[in-house]
Design a protein around this ligand. Structure first.
Ligand SMILES: Nc1ncnc2c1ncn2[C@@H]1O[C@H](COP(=O)(O)OP(=O)(O)OP(=O)(O)O)[C@@H](O)[C@H]1O
Length: 238
């Protein structure tokens, strides 16, 4: 579960995140939409404890991030736009290495089991990451989250650059995690994918959460309209 209370971040005299209130429960998939510079990555960086808030607070499974940085990280998995993996190591070796760093020693069967659950084809398990497509790398990211048994998953534009089939597959994987009770926050520019997979959708602009929707209660057309209106794209055909 992810909670933020009036979470704010100011750089100099610029407020890049302004009193953000989020409440993302186990099994929710919350997609955060917004133009470049809206504050999506800042939100994720605050939840990861990479940066400190200027004011407000945030919680992972009820634990205050600022007071329990190590404990909260144990619950979290993070998949950025470009996942950093060792290119000369295989998928199994990367998973083994990163799980080991987190104090989680897994045997070969477990490592392969997580990669299988993440949808990676068996023939790729022992191939070098340098030969992987972006979609395959993102599956290794999902395997890392599964191996960690993370109850909260943060994703920053994970489907950008994926072809429609890979993006669809990735969405289905997120649905599986959601069904396991993982709370997911995903920053994305992909309105269509957000509507497909999210339970909740928020639209940010200039650091403020302007609108929130229950995904089932809005059509793709209305979501697009709401987005464009929020962004004040006056020239858009509405
Ligand atoms: N360290 C920093 N110092 C000053 N300004 C910053 C810093 N980090 C981010 N910003 C500013 O904060 C604002 C929000 O940036 P952020 O990366 O959160 O946006 P975003 O919604 O993720 O955008 P994008 O879709 O381009 O990734 C931007 O105007 C950015 O320039």
């Amino acid at each position: 579960m992810i909670t933020t209370n009036n979470l704010s971040k100011v750089y100099g005299d610029i407020t890049v995140l302004d009193s953000l209130n989020l409440n993302i429960k186990a099994g929710d998939l919350y997609c955060l939409l917004g133009a470049n510079g809206a504050g999506k990555t800042t939100t994720i960086n605050l939840l990861l404890g990479f940066i400190k808030p200027t004011s407000g607070s945030s919680f992972i499974n009820g634990l205050a991030i600022s007071e329990n940085p190590k404990k909260t990280k144990k619950h979290l998995a993070y998949i950025p736009e470009n996942l950093m993996l060792y290119p000369n190591l295989s998928a199994v070796e990367n998973l083994d290495y990163f799980s080991g760093i987190g104090g989680n020693q897994l045997n070969k069967a477990q490592l392969e089991g997580f990669l299988e659950e993440a949808g990676l084809q068996t023939s790729a398990f022992h191939q070098r990451i340098s030969t992987f497509s972006k979609g395959m790398r993102q599956k290794v990211g999902i395997a890392l989250a599964l191996a960690k048994d993370a109850s909260v998953l943060l994703l920053d534009e994970p489907t950008s650059g994926l072809d429609p089939k890979a993006s669809n597959e990735f969405g289905l994987l997120l649905q599986k995690l959601r069904n396991k009770g993982v709370a997911i926050l995903m920053a994305t520019h992909d309105l269509f994918r957000a509507k497909e997979i999210a339970t909740h959708i928020g639209i940010m602009k200039n650091g403020q959460l302007k609108q929130e929707f229950v995904a089932d209660e809005i059509s793709l057309g209305d979501l697009e309209h709401a987005y464009l209106k929020t962004m004040e794209y006056k020239e858009a055909v509405l």
